[in-house]
Design a protein around this ligand. Structure first.
Ligand code: SF4
Length: 340
């Protein structure tokens, strides 16, 4: 029997009202997330990838209940968490933790590292007494490969990568099942980024954590993730396991994102796809396929009919009207290739 997913998101929508005028009348809705569904198992990493404003962070914030969904269902171990009243969210907050992009602002500069990591231990009643707390904090620092003496220092005494390790230790402290990493390595230098990605991959394998890894950069997630969901203007346009997505992408938007990711072999080349124009406004998304205003392969049907996610391979879904095989080369107009 297949194990039930740890996290199940069904038809998630989050619309933000647009208010204008002196009385703040609602004159529109920002469709930040518009019908997103996916499941995440224990011990699995799912990456949610897309350009800025595609709604990926709002998905994370909805799961964390930092914002209330407009519609849809979110289940943790089968239990609805999107409708839980605030006083019952405590157990969810222990099990679902987050690491944000900016370790500089997410750590209290007036607290020593020991207090920062001890806070969730104390709040959730997981360690009592000074010696027990110190021992637990030291173990968590060791887990993220920081020395025990770090606990007596303040956040400003650490580099960006070290601060992100402190954030990860704090997220691990309450014994979370799921960690949401929201652009957690985006602000770091390339080599530090790789170290933190490797650390997360190791922790995920060692502790059996589920990771929801939110990133604008497909290249970052390649060595960490089991599956990838690509979002565009509030919707998932392609979802596949790592090998299928990186080796045989189907959706033109995924292909465009991939074409910007350098390959390890400098002699190897991907078909370069240059996207024209900006992402349209989520207040008034284009009809039909939301990507049609930038898609070099768009045809009449794309402008009137929204493509549903359909299976294009085992466990691989894509929302595109084209009938090509995943990975199959597509004839591009010259303007979309950047001359490559
Ligand atoms: Fe491009 Fe049409 Fe496919 Fe949308 S449905 S991605 S516009 S070809």
């Amino acid at each position: 029997m297949t194990e039930a997913p740890l996290l199940q998101v069904d038809g998630l929508k989050k619309y933000f009202p647009v208010r204008t005028g002196p009385f703040g009348q609602v004159t529109g809705q920002v469709q930040a997330v518009d019908g997103v569904s996916f499941a995440l198992s224990r011990g699995e990493t799912l990456s949610v990838v897309g350009e800025s404003g595609c709604g990926k962070s709002t998905v994370g914030r909805s799961i964390l209940r930092l914002t209330d969904p407009t519609a849809g269902e979110i289940r943790l171990d089968g239990e609805r968490i999107d409708t839980l009243p605030p006083r019952q969210l405590r157990a969810v907050r222990r099990r679902v933790q987050v690491v944000f992009q900016d370790p500089f602002s997410s750590l209290n500069p007036r607290m020593r590292v020991r207090e920062i990591i001890a806070e969730p231990l104390v709040n959730f009643g997981l360690a009592r007494g000074r010696a027990a707390i110190t021992e637990r904090v030291a173990a968590l620092l060791d887990t993220v490969r920081l020395p025990g003496e770090a606990m007596g220092r303040f956040p400003h005494e650490f580099s960006g990568g070290q601060r992100q390790r402190i954030c990860i230790a704090r997220a691990l402290a309450p014994g979370a099942d799921l960690i949401i990493c929201d652009e957690a390595v985006s602000a770091l230098d390339v080599s530090v980024k790789a170290q933190i990605v490797n650390l997360l991959a190791d922790l995920q394998a060692k502790l059996g954590l589920a990771l929801l890894f939110i990133s604008h950069d497909l290249g970052v997630v390649e060595h960490l993730t089991h599956r990838v969901a690509v979002m565009y203007l509030g919707r998932i346009v392609e979802l596949a396991d790592r090998a299928s997505l990186f080796g045989a992408a189907h959706h033109p938007y995924t292909r465009a994102l991939l074409s910007a990711v350098p390959l390890p072999d400098p002699a190897a080349r991907r078909q370069r796809i240059i996207l024209s124009g900006d992402v349209p406004s989520p207040i008034d998304p284009p009809p039909g396929c939301r990507f049609h205003t930038r898609c070099p392969f768009a045809f009449d049907r794309c402008r009137s009919e929204a493509p549903a996610l359909r299976e294009v391979g085992p466990g691989h879904v894509s929302a595109c009207h084209l009938t090509h095989e995943p990975g199959e080369a597509l004839a591009l107009p010259a303007a979309a290739t950047g001359g490559a």
